[in-house]
Design a protein around this ligand. Structure first.
Ligand code: I3S
Length: 128
């Protein structure tokens, strides 16, 4: 896909359905809009597509264009504080471009795996 850039390093790859909302865009607060998104971590890019997911069919199906993508390089990830959301298991992801996202799953095993994967990706600094 033209939307996916492979790093020279061993790419991190992970996918699944997560609940996602932006809370800040270009440094400005935006209204929450929690959406269930098919989420793909590939290299240093996190891609979100609308919809129920539907497993790997997303890649081969008609919805080949991501709803939005996030460049993880230079970003940060942490567990969201209680004032960011009333939901459980919420990750706060900040990008260097001034976008902040909340990422959530009802399943704490699922969200913990994502937290580790995002943290690993960001902390490798392999792009530098
Ligand atoms: O941080 P907020 O404003 O309390 O976020 C809640 C709202 O976005 C709410 O929608 P509206 O107030 O726009 O109708 C959502 O339904 C909630 O899910 C948001 O809070 P949580 O705590 O779920 O992130």
């Amino acid at each position: 896909s033209t939307y996916i850039q492979e790093p020279n390093d061993k790419p991190s790859e992970k996918c699944g359905v997560l609940n996602v909302t932006k809370i800040t865009e270009h440094g400005k607060k935006v209204r929450k809009n929690w959406t269930s998104s098919w989420t793909v971590l590939q290299g240093f890019t996190l891609l979100f597509a609308k919809g129920q997911g539907g497993g790997t069919s997303w890649f081969g199906g008609s919805q080949s264009k991501p709803e939005f993508t996030v460049d993880l390089r230079g970003g940060s990830v942490e567990w969201a504080s209680k004032d960011k959301s009333s939901k459980k298991h919420v990750i706060e992801l900040k990008t260097r471009q001034g976008t902040e996202l909340l990422i959530q799953s009802e399943n704490d095993g699922v969200i913990t795996d994502w937290y580790r994967a995002l943290q690993d990706t960001i902390s490798t600094h392999a792009w530098e």
